[in-house]
Design a protein around this ligand. Structure first.
Ligand code: GAR
Length: 192
């Protein structure tokens, strides 16, 4: 069985979607670890509800990114993690994790990359008054939302949509797309 670690910083709706896909038999994997960089983030409670091992860390108590990523790497190795799934993890991954997990760290981003990388992608799209935005799932590299794209899905922004409306539409797409993309990667890996 493939072991996933989910890295998240926030509400954890994508964490929930991945766990539900596993429960429904649509995703053939285990969520073996949640890593969260924000004490009190709602995703932590979700992981506890599903009895998923959880590591919560405070980056600023470490002596730099390499130091906390060393600790996270050990946590992933202890649990034989195969893939790291970023689900609203609002930090760049450094070489300490990237090298050992090359092509095994994937991210979901709420825009059609390369448009609107970085923070507040939905707010950026709404303020630019684009009519089509969407969701991207991609491998990560050492840039900000720049790695090879695995899949994308478009979302239409109507003139009457508020930012909240767009967020709701984007998240509905994310919750379907992310588990499917992860499953398709696992199937490809199996066929190798
Ligand atoms: C998601 O919309 C995800 O695409 C976004 O954070 C949200 C997390 O929601 N990620 C980024 O913006 C990464 N640059 P969640 O905590 O409810 O899953």
């Amino acid at each position: 069985m493939i072991n996933l670690a989910i890295f998240a910083s926030g509400s954890g709706s994508n964490f929930d979607a991945i766990v539900h896909a596993i429960e429904k038999g649509e995703l053939d994997a285990n969520v073996s670890l949640l890593v969260c960089d924000r004490v009190g983030a709602p995703v932590i409670e979700k992981a506890q509800r599903y009895e998923v091992d959880t590591v919560v860390f405070t980056p600023k108590v470490y002596n730099g990114k390499a130091a906390y990523e060393e600790a996270l790497l050990a946590d992933c190795r202890d649990r034989e993690i195969d893939y790291i799934i970023l689900a609203g993890y609002m930090r760049l991954i450094g070489p300490t994790l990237l090298k050992p997990y090359e092509n095994r760290i994937i991210n979901i981003h709420p825009s059609l990359l390369p448009a609107f990388p970085g923070k507040d992608a939905i707010g950026q799209a709404v303020s630019k008054q684009v009519k089509i935005t969407g969701v991207t799932v991609h491998f990560i590299d050492d840039g900000m939302d720049t790695g090879p794209i695995i899949d994308q899905e478009a979302v239409r922004i109507e003139d009457t949509d508020t930012e909240e409306d767009v967020k709701r539409k984007i998240q509905a797409v994310e919750h379907e797309l992310y588990p499917k993309v992860i499953q398709s990667l696992l199937v490809k890996e199996d066929a190798k």
